[in-house]
Ligand binder design. Structure first.
Ligand code: ATP
Ligand code: MG
Length: 328
């Protein structure tokens, strides 16, 4: 049997090029080397308030985007997290072996709870649910962006603690980071990671965004007051644009150095915009094709849940037996 790969994305808004370069592109590339499961993690999304009607639409949009960027639903399972109840069930069991201190140290928890009047308990439990998503399928590899590195370390800590308390139960998952594009920054604030949930209109480039708008946003990206590109010592904004170019064009470090050294920022931005648009256009065409049949995506999601549920239920049974919980 092929080793298993699992990864997830939250339906917290329209997916952006950071999601694509950090995670989705890699999913499509490696899917055939693994038994692949890609999860739309709606239970994670509700750790912060989501408008219910929008959430539902975002789940469907995201499923179609995953197919449009190249996930093959006949080979890989695309699953909505909440349609497999075992995710929440295993999360509870893992909660009980996770020290609170481990969760309080998570940087994403600190960032996301900042400036909120009340912080839901779910936001703190987020990494435990993520550990459950991964361990439920005994995944060997989890391809994610750099911001999830700490959560993956925690997943391994939780698995190890469970295994040492109750006996070998879980596979240790490895973190799969892309070499370029693991951390794309906001175009308006190049010191902050590009995020779906960030508010600024010039912040993120959506995978489905009209290409004229993409061009405008890139032309307006924050850079600095230097006259031209120095790839060996770029400011944060220029470094981000170079990373976006390099990842979209699949260029080497040398290609980038040769192409951009001494280029004025206006020309840099035009070149980056064309590289991004040439990759987004076919994805957007495929998306329109997929969504022209409104029942297609629902069928894929049903098939995904049916395919993975037996694997998830097996793990929950195994965990229950290991812990001494009652099984029939
Ligand atoms: P939110 O703001 O709601 O957390 P997000 O943009 O961070 O949304 P997630 O759904 O949390 O997106 O993450 C999905 C995947 O995309 C993860 O593997 C994550 O590491 C990756 N990712 C998210 N943002 C970036 C980024 N700016 N650069 C590279 N990868 C990213
Ligand atoms: Mg995130």
């Amino acid at each position: 049997m092929r080793p298993r790969v699992l990864s997830g994305i939250q339906p917290t808004g329209s997916p952006h090029i950071g999601n694509y370069l950090g995670a989705l592109k890699n999913w499509a590339k490696i899917q055939y080397d693994y038994d692949s499961i890609f999860c739309i993690v709606d239970l994670h999304a509700v750790t912060v308030y989501q408008n219910p009607a929008e959430l539902r639409a975002q789940i469907e949009e995201l499923a179609a985007v995953l197919i449009a960027i190249g996930i093959d639903p006949q080979h890989s399972s695309i699953v909505v997290q909440s349609s497999v109840p075992a995710h929440a069930e295993l999360a509870w069991m893992l909660t009980c072996v996770t020290p609170i201190g481990w969760l309080q140290r998570m940087t994403q928890f600190k960032d996301k709870s900042e400036a909120r009047e009340t912080v839901g308990d779910g936001l703190m439990q987020y990494p435990v649910l993520m550990a459950a998503d991964i361990l439920l399928y005994q995944a060997a590899l989890v391809p994610v962006g750099d911001d999830q590195r700490q959560h993956l370390e925690l997943t391994r800590d939780i698995a190890q603690r469970f295994n040492s308390l109750y006996g070998e139960t879980f596979t240790m998952p490895a973190t799969g980071l892309p070499t370029v594009g693991a951390r794309i920054m906001g175009l308006d604030e190049p010191d902050k990671k590009m995020s779906k949930s960030a508010k600024g209109t010039g912040h993120a480039i959506g995978i489905l965004e009209p290409v004229d708008q993409v061009r405008k946003k890139i032309m307006r990206a924050t850079t600095d007051s230097r006259p031209a590109v120095n790839p060996d010592d770029p400011g944060a904004g220029v470094a981000n644009l170079l990373a976006i170019y390099q990842a979209f064009a699949e260029a080497s470090d040398d290609d980038v150095r040769v192409k951009f050294t001494g280029m004025r920022y206006g020309d840099l931005k035009k070149t980056v915009a064309e590289a991004v648009i040439s990759k987004l256009e076919p994805i957007q065409r495929k998306y329109r094709e997929i969504t022209s049949d409104p029942s297609y995506v629902a069928g894929i999601l049903r098939q995904g849940a049916d395919r993975v549920s037996p694997i998830a239920n097996d793990t929950v049974e195994k965990v229950k037996r290991a812990m001494g919980l009652y099984t029939a």
